[in-house]
Design a protein around this ligand. Structure first.
Ligand code: FE2
Length: 240
């Protein structure tokens, strides 16, 4: 099969909770490549100002410095490393949305608020972010909806997003139960109701690696090759 497309990772050092430096990032890229990934998007956190990893000038400099160095190095192996962000919904605005674009696509990855944030308005804020992205002629790609409390409690709440043609991108480890039983149950339910467009690693570290081969094999064994290939090869992405 063609290689995997992993649209969500923290393999390029940016001062978030992913790679600690270029050497560490290259080791993570090597893991991804050896596990079958051909296209890997770096998507550092762009958190809300009140959260752990908002963008700063220092973080932007670290990212902008490391990314081209790493791109050149991994290209020698045959790995296509691309620029992106994982942006928190309230950070997205008409004046900044273009800079969050996933390189070579019309997609913008928006973070679904995780259950650890204990919000009551998750669906409202991701929907508003989606509207802003769409109004700019781009397509929202929502990261890990299955890890959001509102979605776990009422999975139907994401149906309006999917009906607009917006993409839900599950974390591949959720299929394996690595984000806990609630996310596991939720992600399989979303998949079996036709609502998951993509699966990505959200790889951060050697302990939470940017690999897709194990989840791909698991999904293929349970739901068949056609479904697994669609999720893991980026076929739903709006390539440009
Ligand atoms: Fe992430």
């Amino acid at each position: 099969m063609d290689g995997f497309v992993d649209v969500h990772s923290h393999v390029v050092p940016s001062g978030d909770d992913g790679a600690e430096g270029i050497e560490d990032g290259l080791a993570l890229c090597r893991m991804a490549f050896e596990a079958g990934t051909e296209v890997l998007f770096a998507t550092p956190h762009a958190h809300a100002p009140w959260d752990t990893f908002p963008r700063t000038a220092e973080r932007d400099t670290a990212y902008d410095t490391a990314l081209p160095v790493m791109q050149r190095e991994v290209a020698k192996w045959g790995l296509d490393l691309r620029r992106g962000w994982e942006v928190y919904p309230t950070v997205v605005a008409p004046e900044n949305v273009e800079e969050y674009r996933l390189e070579g696509t019309r997609g913008v990855m928006i973070e679904f608020p995780g259950s650890w944030l204990d919000l009551d308005d998750s669906i409202e804020i991701v929907t508003e972010a989606g509207r802003i992205v769409e109004a700019a002629g781009l397509l929202p790609v929502f990261a890990h909806p299955e890890r959001c409390r509102a979605v776990a409690e009422d999975p139907k709440c994401v149906r309006p997003l999917v009906e607009r043609g917006w993409l839900l991108c599950a974390n591949a480890p959720s299929f394996l139960g690595r984000h806990g039983p609630t996310a596991e149950r939720t992600v399989w339910g979303l998949l079996d109701t036709g609502q998951i467009a993509l699966a990505a690693s959200d790889g951060h570290t050697h302990g939470r690696p940017p690999v897709l081969d194990d989840a791909y094999a698991f999904v293929r064994a349970r739901r068949g090759e056609v479904i697994a290939r669609r999720l893991f090869t980026g076929s739903a992405l709006p390539w440009s």
